[in-house]
Each structure stands twice: as C-alpha cells, then as structure tokens.
Write a protein that binds this ligand. Structure first.
Ligand SMILES: *Cc1c(COP(=O)(O)O)cnc(C)c1O
Length: 461
C-alpha cells in the first residue's frame, strides 16, 4: 500500500478485536524466577496466594504454559465501550521533526480513567465478582489505577477500598472525586486503619506516604476482611497478560497496512503498558520471526532498570508481600516527588526484568523530567493531544529516535505507547510552564541506602 494511503488514525472494527490475551511467559526462553513466600522463602503456591488474590487470577499469576487466555465475554463487552483504541500515525510530529522515520502511537487515554489501566481493572473486577466476592482493596499513587478500578468495580457492583498515597490525595482532589463518584472509598495512606499503617506512622509521623506503604495497607485490609481480595494495577504477571490487548490490537492494526515496527518504545513504571504493547512483537522476537528493538523509558528520578539491581526484593515497603526477582532500587527506596506519579515504583515487573536481563528487551533509558515536558509540549502542540507525563517519557525517546533517523537518513518505523491523557496533571504542566520545574536525579549514595537494605536471602540466588 502506498504510504499516503495510511490514514491518520487506524481503527480495528469491533469484530477484529482480539478474543484472547497473550501470555508471553509461555514463550520465554528463561522464565523468571518464582515469587517467594516472605516467611518460608519457598516458591509461592496457589494455596499461598488464594487469601490475597481471587482464584482465577492466582491461576493466571502462576501460568507459564498457556500462550492464549480467553477474554471472558463480560470483559469483552466492557472493552467494546472504549476499545479498540486507535493506532495513530503521527504525521504532524514527523513533519515537525523533518524525519524520514514513520512514527505511530497507540493511544490508551480515551476512557474516563484516562489510561491503559482500565484494561486490567475490568478483568480483575470481573473475576472477583464471578467468584462471589464482596469487594477488593488496592493502592493508588497518582490515582490512575484507583480511578480505573473504581470504574470497574462500579460496573460490576463490587465494593472498592482504595489506599491513596497521602501526598497524592492532597495534591489531586479531583482524582478522589472521580473515584468516589464511582462508589469507591478513598483512604489517604499511611493511615490509622491498618496495623502496618500505624507502624509506618509511628516510625515517621510526617511521612507523605509511598506506593510501597499503600500496598502494605491494602494487602492487610484485604486479608483481614471476609469476602475481600487485593488487586494490583501493574508489575504482576496477570496484569501483563491483560495489557497484551494493547499490543495485539496495535499489531493487527499495523498489519492492515503492511506495517511492522522496527522500534517499540514504552514508558516503564511497573512495566505493564510496555509489557502489553510489546507482547505479540516479543513473541515474534522469541520465535526468531522478527527482531524489533524494544526500549523501556523510565524517569531519571526512579531508575530501577538503569541503576537498580536484579535481585529478590519485597514488592512493598512494609515487607508483607512475597518476594520477586526483579530490577529494584530496594523496597525502602522512596523516590523524590516528580510529576510522573505512575512511574514512581521501586521495582519492575519480573517478566520485563527477565527479558531485559536476557537481552530481549534491548534497552532501558532514563530521562529527566524537564526534557520529558519539552517533548510533551511539542507533542501537544503538533499532534493536538495533551499527554500524561508518564506517556511523555515514551514521546521523549520516540522523538530522539526520530531525530537520529533524520541524521542518518534512515527511514525506520517507530511505535510507542501513549498511555494516557494529561488532564489530571495540570499542576505539573503549570510548574513546567512557569519555569520552576526541577530535575532530581538521585546520587549513587542515595541509591546505596535502598540497595544495601535489600533482603539477604541465604541459599537463594
Ligand atoms: C500507571 C501509568 C503508567 C505506568 O505504569 P506501567 O505499569 O509501567 O504501565 C504509564 N502511563 C500512565 C498514564 C499510567 O497511568
């Protein structure tokens, strides 16, 4: 097909939407190391996880066999309300950059929660309801996950208890308003409502909270209440399975026009959007059918892939969760507040970590937030869409790659994930516009504190 025939927006029809998620673990050359029970240090079993997650999600978490997992009918029905999401050819950005590269982005911000997180929230809420549970608990940092989950629980009539990092709850009252509109209850964390919250407050009464603290509280709230389970919006294997819908749709849409990306870029907080976007392309790479280059982009203020260690660590600050082998800055690491709240997690998805360690995820790049907002502003101006700061990390690197093509004259096809809208991040845009935004990059000394506190596990590699 002639290039000019590629439309600005490529839509799949509803009938072309995937009917199954893809589970990359079934194809990985080395599976990631098992998650370990925090007490026994043995690999967790289904029985260990059932008090925490709902039964079907426990199975998905431990599933390294099934390549495809059918998307349940009620989840597909819900997906139809906001999917398939478009793949957009960023013609105007290409023109602005005078690059021979072709730039595509997959846009996940077109739903009320404003990000890709709804893709997994609706699946998790469905399984909880199907099991007859009363409700779920979770944590939220910047608020995107809590918002997505409150929508999903509202749809299926489940109670939803959200522990929201205290500083975010104070800075983002509108997020709280959306969650409450959908029927969720929102508790600033750390709180006095859990034992682990009281402990964290006793240790540091002035703490502004962190994702790791809020996870500890949400897990405790789930396991101590009858009929509740805990759900998490990123990092876990099950979440990457659900997010594969993003990559499956993107691949199918590009195939319609005979396109295949040379470079695939995603921002990486816990790794779910990048894991989902790259999943079907990774399948090609693992099978030797194609070799696209994958780039994970993280904030310089929270550089788990680029400066962290590949080690077993707790997934939360309170050390109540199992241990996962992942790239981590240490569960006690609390990143400086930056404006990409969704990227402020100390660890990285074990799947992504293993793929990075094995060289299939080719590169991780850390970028400073001022250069990220420069990219966001340029993108907003020429492509007409205000991106979330998290997404703008991917835009930054997509622009940099396209500029490299301008220098080399190479025409490469770039695909990046535009994970969300920036409408809930206007305080950040205000800071950037008024010139008071700062780049905070932790020193080696800063990082050492978290890394030195990694758990010592005798006999475990
Ligand atoms: C949460 C979030 C991210 C980062 O999370 P991942 O699990 O790494 O995908 C990126 N973009 C937006 C808009 C988010 O809300």
């Amino acid at each position: 097909m002639a290039e000019k025939d590629i439309p600005y927006k490529i839509h799949l029809t509803e009938g072309e939407m995937p009917e199954a998620w893809y589970n990359v673990r079934a194809d990985m050359k080395t599976d990631h190391r098992p998650i370990l029970h925090p007490g026994t240090l043995q690999p967790v079993t289904e029985d260990d996880l059932r008090p925490v997650f709902c039964d079907e999600l426990v199975k998905q978490e431990l599933n390294d066999k099934d390549r495809f997992i059918e998307i349940p009918g009620p989840v597909r029905d819900f997906y139809r309300m906001y999917r398939p999401s478009p793949v957009v050819r960023a013609y105007f950005l290409e023109k602005e950059l005078k690059t021979p590269a072709k730039i595509y982005y997959k846009y996940e911000g077109g739903n009320t929660s404003g990000s890709h997180k709804l893709n997994s929230a609706i699946a998790q809420a469905y399984y909880a309801q199907a099991q007859g549970l009363k409700g779920v608990t979770t944590e939220t940092g910047a608020g995107q996950w809590g918002t997505a989950l409150s929508m999903a629980c509202g749809y299926f009539g489940l109670d939803c208890k959200v522990f929201m990092v205290k500083v975010s709850a104070e800075q983002k009252p509108y997020r709280k308003a959306v969650m409450e509109t959908y029927g969720a209850s929102v508790t600033p964390s750390p709180s006095e409502t859990t034992q682990v919250g009281r402990q964290i407050l006793a240790d540091d009464p002035n703490t502004t909270g962190s994702l790791g603290c809020a996870i500890s509280e949400a897990v405790e709230a789930a396991v101590t209440a009858e009929g509740y389970r805990y759900v998490l919006g990123s990092v876990l294997n099950q979440v990457l399975i659900h997010q594969s819908i993003v990559g499956l749709e993107a691949k199918a849409a590009l195939e319609k026009y005979g396109e295949y990306p040379d470079v695939i870029i995603g921002c990486a907080g816990g790794g779910s959007n990048l894991g989902g976007l790259m999943a079907p392309f990774m399948a090609d790479k693992l099978a030797g059918r194609a070799s696209p280059r994958f780039i994970a982009v993280e904030p310089a203020s929270c550089p788990s892939l680029t400066r962290g260690r590949f080690a077993y660590d707790f997934c939360d600050t309170g050390k109540v969760t199992p241990l996962a082998k992942m790239y981590t800055l240490g569960s006690s690491f609390i990143p400086a507040s930056n404006h990409a709240g969704g990227l402020r997690y100390h660890g990285m998805s074990p799947i992504l970590s293993q793929l990075y360690h094995d060289g299939y995820l080719d590169e991780a790049r850390a970028v400073g937030q001022i250069s990220v907002f420069e990219a966001a502003k340029l993108f907003a101006r020429v492509e007409g869409l205000l991106p979330a700061p998290e997404s703008a990390h991917a835009i930054r690197v997509a622009i940099d790659e396209a500029l490299k093509c301008r220098e080399s004259g190479e025409s490469r096809t770039i695909l990046f994930g535009l994970t969300g809208t920036g409408y809930f991040d206007l305080a950040a845009y205000m800071q950037y516009n008024s010139g008071v935004m700062e780049d905070y990059i932790p020193t080696d000394e800063d990082l050492k504190r978290g890394l030195n506190a990694l758990p010592a596990l005798p006999g475990v590699e």
